[in-house]
Design a binder for this molecule. Structure first.
Ligand code: EPU
Length: 303
């Protein structure tokens, strides 16, 4: 090994950034599942400049980059993540600015809090996301949504950043939002502009409550879960397929297929990420045996 390689290999890649970078940080408390291992490096930049500097250090040191939102659609493996996990939760990343029916919002803003603010302002369009936990950045990456609509439908601009720290604006014409996916490949989503529609706040609030009630009645909300585990195959419901395969209530270790909605895997106390992964594998095999349909995971898995 050359002396340069030795220096890189043994020294702290984030030297000088100690105020925003911590080592070996448990990720479980930062996810809805509350399971999984630590992040080798955990980065909480307070400004664009700090984010750019930390991202460049990752590139220079060939460290894999992960971006954490609210950890609501995420399963971290028991071994954790050997790379840098970024969280854009400082004030700068949570900014929200209204200009008529247009709202500019930082990637770290909480979708549920934003819904409440837009409803109060008499702006409709994102109430379809009621009850879907996450940040705007995570929501755009996944094109979060459900049967009442998705976030992508309201997005007119997304500011992104590559791993060298260069920022770009992606505009509506070149953005594609599909079922739980987008054509954004840059590792960092920084902010977004949403175009909403003026409407009576009471009417929007009524719709918001109805959407929330639908979720509450059909999903196991008071449990530790990561939302739907699998994407719906075109024209079908993954939940119904798993249900018809007789898998509701099936358990591996502390992981259980919800008896309320079969596309949810609940983590009971003592559950390991590996229990969830084993159950995912069994569900896939059983649904394939019965229907010859491959279930694709919706939840992000960090290994
Ligand atoms: N069904 C069953 N058994 C079950 C679950 C569902 O028979 O165990 C049936 C239902 O009775 C219904 C159909 O399957 O006829 C569809 O179920 P549901 O209305 O609950 O919707 P879904 O397609 O399972 C989708 C999203 C949810 C979102 C809801 C409501 C996916 C994979 N899921 O669920 O999103 O909350 O619509 O908008 O797209 C998520 O993204 O994490 C998520 C939970």
């Amino acid at each position: 090994m050359s002396s340069v390689a030795m220096r890189i290999g043994t020294s702290n890649p984030f030297a000088g950034l100690e105020e925003i970078v911590t080592e070996n940080v448990p990720l479980a408390p930062k996810t809805w599942y509350r399971i999984g291992g630590p992040a080798r490096w955990f980065v909480e930049p307070r400004s664009l400049e700090e984010l750019q500097e930390a991202a460049r250090r990752c590139t220079d040191n060939e460290l894999p980059i992960f971006v954490l939102g609210l950890g609501a659609n995420l399963l971290v493996s028991d071994g954790g993540v050997n790379g840098a996990v970024f969280k854009l939760s400082e004030e700068f990343w949570r900014r929200v600015k209204f200009d008529g029916n247009v709202v500019e919002v930082g990637a770290g803003a909480d979708v549920q809090k934003l819904i409440l603010r837009t409803v109060r302002q008499g702006l409709a369009g994102i109430e379809c996301l009621a009850g879907i936990p996450g940040t705007i950045g995570g929501g755009i990456r996944m094109n979060c949504g459900g049967k009442f609509g998705d976030l992508g439908a309201r997005v007119t601009r997304v500011q992104v950043m590559d791993s060298t720290g260069t920022t770009f604006d992606r505009l509506k014409d070149d953005l594609v939002f599909e079922y739980r996916s987008t054509n954004i490949s840059a590792p960092f989503i920084l902010s977004a502009t949403l175009e909403l529609e003026e409407e009576d706040p009471e009417k929007i609030m009524k719709r918001t409550k109805e959407i929330w009630m639908y979720k509450r009645n059909s999903q196991p909300l008071n449990t530790k879960n990561a939302g739907c585990i699998f994407k719906n195959p075109r024209g079908l419901s993954a939940g119904a397929l798993i249900d018809q395969a007789g898998l509701k209530g099936m358990r591996v270790g502390g992981a259980e297929v919800s008896t309320k909605h079969a596309n949810f895997i609940i983590a009971h106390p003592g559950c390991h990420a590996d229990d969830v992964l084993k159950l995912v594998k069994i569900i896939r095999e059983k649904v394939w045996e019965k229907n010859e349909i491959h279930l694709e995971s919706e939840v992000k898995i960090w290994a």
